[in-house]
Write a protein that binds this ligand. Structure first.
Ligand code: GLN
Length: 484
């Protein structure tokens, strides 16, 4: 029998006695060992803890039927807290930080039978679109080692794309699950804001941050969301809404589904190969019985600017806690307390994080607060209304996930604005708080993956998943694997 690689194959193989959780875990660790030298998707491996957990699952036979993720290895982005396992958020400042508790998502994955195997690389505090802002060196794209995997959840996306793990968690503030998933040719979902608990997620921009799954296919993405979604008394922003049965939504039937297409967004700066793959995907969806509706999102042109105002303002406030006293790194031999704060933050944070703290602090300072922060919040409301209006005419909105396929490592590090533009298509759904998925929809001439993004109504992940799954069944791009 070939190595099981998705949730159904793994859980069935264990339940059927064809393999064991320990065996799956060993194979996974061996693949990581073999492939991660080139990719650097992982920052920390939890080999012995994973093997112990797997052995425990193998013994608990009577529980097997109740564990939807029985023995499924999972990688966790390194800004999600794991008790006693170092959690760096890609920052020097937290290089040796071991949280005293597990994030809710982790508890829930483990309760569902999953086996966490390690922590994945990311841009520092999830700020970036290429994983090059990690203090521990970049991750490489499994489709082409001299390209970025995207970011900030680049390690999670690369780990899944290279089939080192079947599942990973990322976090998405303005695109950090969707953009790397698209650039690595895998599926990634940002749930509705509030669908998944943020307890234990290291905060970047609290009104935008959401944890989401990355997997090789839509069914596994749905199963992972099922495990992690739902109310959590430890996160007051987490919705009390019922969690539907996402697997039941994957009917393959999209007859009558209305897909909104914001044509005017596809004008400037979009790689023609991305546009061609997008048009091709729309045609296939139409052939399956969906109808295309032309929509407009009149304020979306301001989404990147608004995102970088709201996001940096919240970041400057959230990152104020890293003062050298309460967490992680502290600069040594400072002559005064104030100097110690300064030096800790100067030595601990990287350039992009400092840039955002400065931008955000400026945005929130007296005299500028009304001109920038309040204005940005007002435009955010207009953007949200654009999406909500469009979603009365359409059931989902389709657009590319990223304007280009994976770009070369190093290409944009010196040009933050260029880097920020990697998010033109993803920040809108983040500002509006809506669920959004990316699913592979083609390969460029250089064999680099291209992603199709589908955005749905608040709390309607089911429709987004149904549409993406129906598309995946026809298009089958999710089955393509990088040669590495
Ligand atoms: N690339 C965006 C940024 O740099 C999004 C990051 C994210 O979603 N965490 O802020």
């Amino acid at each position: 029998m070939s190595v099981p690689t998705n949730i159904r194959e793994i859980t069935e193989a264990i339940r059927g006695g064809h393999t064991s959780a320990v065996e799956i875990c060993r194979e996974t660790l061996a693949r990581i060992e073999q492939r991660d030298g080139d990719l650097h998707a992982f920052l920390t491996l939890e080999a012995s803890a994973a093997l112990e957990r797997a052995a425990d699952l193998d013994r608990r036979r009577s529980d097997w039927d109740r564990l939807p993720l029985l023995g499924v290895p999972v990688a966790i982005k390194d800004n999600i807290c794991t008790a006693g396992v170092r959690t760096t958020a890609g920052s020097r400042l937290l290089e040796h930080y071991e949280p005293p508790y597990d994030a809710t998502v982790l508890e829930r994955l483990v309760a569902a039978g999953a086996v966490p195997v390690g922590k994945t690389n990311c841009d520092e505090f999830a700020m970036g679109s290429s994983t090059e802002n990690s203090a521990f060196g970049p991750t490489r794209n499994p489709w082409s080692l001299d390209r970025t995997p995207g970011g900030s959840s680049g390690g999670s996306a690369a780990a899944v794309a290279a089939r080192m793990v079947p599942l990973a968690l990322g976090s998405d503030t303005g695109g950090s699950v969707r953009q790397p998933a698209a650039l690595c040719g895998v599926v990634g979902l940002k749930p509705t804001y509030g669908r998944v608990s943020r307890y234990g997620l290291i905060a970047f921009a609290s009104s935008l941050d959401q944890i989401g799954p990355i997997a090789t296919n839509v069914a596994d993405t749905a199963a992972t969301l099922q495990a992690i979604a739902g109310a959590d008394p430890r996160d007051a922003t987490c919705t009390l809404a019922e969690v539907p049965d996402f697997a039941a939504a994957l009917t393959g039937d999209i007859r009558g589904l209305r897909i909104g297409v914001p044509r005017s967004l596809l004008a400037d700066g979009v790689d023609p190969q991305v546009t061609a793959a997008f048009d091709n995907a729309l045609e296939m969806l139409e052939r399956e019985g969906a109808s295309l509706v032309e929509i407009t999102l009149p304020h979306n042109q301001h989404a990147v600017a608004v995102y970088y105002m709201v996001g940096t303002a919240e970041a400057s406030s959230n990152l104020a806690r890293y003062d050298g006293v309460r967490y992680g790194f502290r600069a040594e031999r400072s002559e005064s307390l104030a100097r110690m704060y300064e030096r800790t933050r100067d030595e601990g944070f990287g350039a992009e994080v400092k840039r955002r703290i400065m931008l955000g602090t400026y945005m929130l300072s007296a005299g500028y607060y009304d001109a920038y922060y309040v204005k940005a919040q007002q435009v955010r409301t207009l953007i949200r209304r654009d999406y909500e209006d469009a979603l009365t005419q359409a059931d989902v909105i389709a657009m590319p996930t990223s304007p280009t396929p994976a770009f070369p490592l190093g290409e944009r590090v010196a040009d933050p604005l260029q880097m920020y533009l990697a998010d033109v298509f993803t920040v809108g759904a983040s500002l509006a708080g809506l669920p959004s998925i990316t699913v592979p929809c083609g390969l460029s001439a250089e064999t680099l993956p291209i992603g199709l993004q589908l955005i749905g109504r608040a709390l309607d992940e089911a429709t987004v998943l149904r549409a993406a799954d129906a598309y995946e069944r026809m298009a089958r791009y999710s089955r393509l694997e990088p040669a590495c």
